[in-house]
Design a protein around this ligand. Structure first.
Ligand code: PAF
Length: 282
């Protein structure tokens, strides 16, 4: 596996690969890699000549400086995990200057309103930060295919819009949520949970499964009430929000229309750690 430590090294590498007409599959990350990330590269491996990863903790997408500071970083371990997976040809590890020449600042995007729902409300400016770094990574890496996890479903929707609005010449792929054996969605933040919290966090997936059972059977206000009740009873867990939204507009719904698709979203704090998860309702 090739390690590309600067924009200059990446540009040289990409120019060589493009000359050889290799197709490129790409999945950007902020490091602290886990099996969920590796599943993105497994998907990319099946559909591309070359698979490229990137590791960059993007400062502009953190609205909480404490969260940015506490974000787990272990590049050496990450490189080893990518290498061991056998799915990845190269990893790009840019500096802040490589990604933000000049000022470290977000661009402002209009994603048609989806950026203002859920995480957009909870984390102002977050999707401008994600859009800025992902656009820049796409321009530098020039992938044919890019892979993102369904876990950050709103992020995936924003990136699909980014690709459409800017008419970027690549295809975006969503990859199913990779879960721990107890159902907890894999996340770099899980490392910050105590063993006890990690065990108890199974309640998030269990609740989503219950919501799916209640879908189109029980009224929406009653579903919300039951979810709130579950978390009120769960010591050490605080529900930040629970939303059932239209899968396309991401707007919260108060009625299930026959011809629309819906998804349930949960954000909870386990102590200080913010955990997110979602499920398509069927
Ligand atoms: O999902 C992430 O890890 C980040 O938001 C991404 C897409 C790598 C952009 O920094």
């Amino acid at each position: 596996m090739t390690v590309l430590n600067s924009r200059e090294e990446l540009e040289k590498y990409i120019a060589e690969q493009k000359k050889l007409q290799k197709t490129i599959g790409f999945a950007p990350t902020m490091g602290a890699l886990h099996a969920g990330h590796i599943s993105l590269y497994e998907a990319a491996r099946k559909e591309n000549d070359l698979v490229i990863s990137s590791i960059f903790v993007n400062p502009t997408q953190f609205n909480n400086p404490d969260d940015l500071e506490k974000y787990p970083r272990n590049v050496k371990k990450d490189i080893q995990k990518l290498e061991d997976s056998g799915f990845v040809d190269a990893v790009y590890i840019p500096s802040v200057e490589d990604m933000y020449p000049g000022e470290t600042k977000s661009k402002h995007y209009d994603f048609g309103g989806i950026e203002n729902e859920m995480e957009g409300k909870a984390r102002p400016g977050h999707f401008d930060g994600v859009g800025t770094v992902v656009e820049e990574l796409f321009r530098q890496v020039q992938p044919d295919n890019a892979y993102f996890g369904d876990k950050d479903y709103q992020q995936l929707a924003v990136i699909r819009k980014l690709q459409q609005n800017l008419d970027l010449p690549l295809k975006i792929h969503g990859v199913p949520i990779y879960r721990e054996p107890n159902g907890l969605a894999m996340s770099s933040r899980n490392e910050r949970l105590s063993p006890e919290q990690r065990k108890k966090a199974a309640v998030i997936y269990d609740t989503l499964l219950k919501v799916n059972d209640w879908f189109r059977v029980i009224s929406i206000p009653e579903i919300y009430r039951r979810v709130e009740e579950i978390f009120e009873k769960e010591d050490g867990f605080v529900l930040e929000y629970f939303t059932i939204a239209d899968e396309e507009t991401l707007k919260e719904t108060d009625f299930f229309y026959k011809d629309r698709n819906y998804r349930a979203f949960i954000v909870v704090f386990a102590g200080e750690v913010r955990l997110i998860d979602n499920m398509h309702l069927a």
